[in-house]
Design a protein around this ligand. Structure first.
Ligand code: PAF
Length: 282
């Protein structure tokens, strides 16, 4: 595996690979890698001649300075994991590489960005669009890989590449969970042992709510999930929306859309965790 920081070096390497006709897959990450990221890397390795992984904690997508400062940074461990997962290139850019000047671009991401994380984290998706358009422009990958844990982000990335005609295929990959059900997240590292135990209630409530679809309305399931989670010490639901998976607009009835997703954000102490579940009638 080759490790780069400078854009010129990574682009030089890519130019050589392109001359040899190789296909290139990109896994954009913010580092602090875990099995969830590695599942994206493995899929990228399997589907492309070359897998590039970048790890960059993107300041423009954080609307909370403490969250940005506390975001885990584990460069050496990340490089080892990437080597083990078969990545060909690990790229650790610096802030001045990605943003030689302040990025003032404002992206039109439409109604998908106006719900859930949109109002909860103003400017977040614009920051995601800023960094991804930079990365896509620098690497020009054939495919790029994103986890379904960030369900809304994945929908917005698809919209971004469509609206701005960016020639990259977006590949979504399933959520990876701990054996007990907690969705993997770099933020889990910040949970105390006690918080980690309580956090389990999030995925438990989501899975149990699937069984309630036959007897409860959408509004009742929504309330049941929120009450379940809020009754656990140190957990506080920020939002839980049950929505059409394609438009991300809330549904009122289980029959309102073919594919329905429940997206949740919960504070566990100071750590903001997200998860989601697909509601399918058995
Ligand atoms: O999902 C993430 O880790 C980030 O939002 C991404 C896509 C790497 C952009 O910084």
């Amino acid at each position: 595996m080759k490790v780069f920081d400078k854009i010129a070096d990574v682009q030089n390497e890519i130019a050589q690979l392109r001359k040899q006709g190789k296909t290139i897959g990109l896994v954009p990450t913010m580092g602090a890698l875990h099995e969830g990221h590695l599942s994206l890397v493995k899929r990228c390795v399997a589907e492309n001649d070359v897998c590039i992984v970048d790890a960059f904690v993107n300041p423009t997508q954080f609307n909370n300075k403490t969250d940005y400062d506390k975001y885990p940074r584990t460069v050496e461990a990340d490089a080892k994991l990437l080597e083990g997962a078969g990545a060909a290139i690990a790229w650790f850019p610096t802030e001045s590489d990605i943003y030689p000047e302040p990025d003032t671009r404002v992206f039109n991401l439409g109604p998908l960005a106006e719900v859930m994380e949109g109002p909860a984290r103003p400017g977040h998706f614009n920051g995601v669009a800023q960094v991804l358009t930079r990365l896509f422009d620098i690497i020009k990958p054939d495919r790029a890989y994103f986890g379904e844990k960030d369900f809304q982000q994945l929908a917005i990335v698809r919209e971004l590449v469509k609206n701005y005609n960016i020639p990259v295929q977006i590949v979504g990959c399933p959520i990876v969970r701990e054996a007990d059900g907690l969705a993997l997240s770099s933020r889990n590292m910040r949970l105390s042992a006690d918080e980690r135990k309580h956090a389990l209630r999030i995925s438990k409530a989501l899975f149990e709510s699937l069984k309630k679809m036959d007897t409860m309305s959408v509004a009742e399931v929504r309330k049941w999930v929120c009450d379940e989670i809020n009754s656990e010490p140190c957990l506080e639901v920020e939002y839980f929306e049950i929505s059409n998976s394609l438009t991300l607009q809330p549904v009122e009835n289980w029959s309102d859309a073919e594919n329905i997703v429940g997206c949740i954000t919960v504070y566990c102490g100071e750590v903001r965790l997200i998860d989601n579940i697909q509601y399918k009638k058995a």
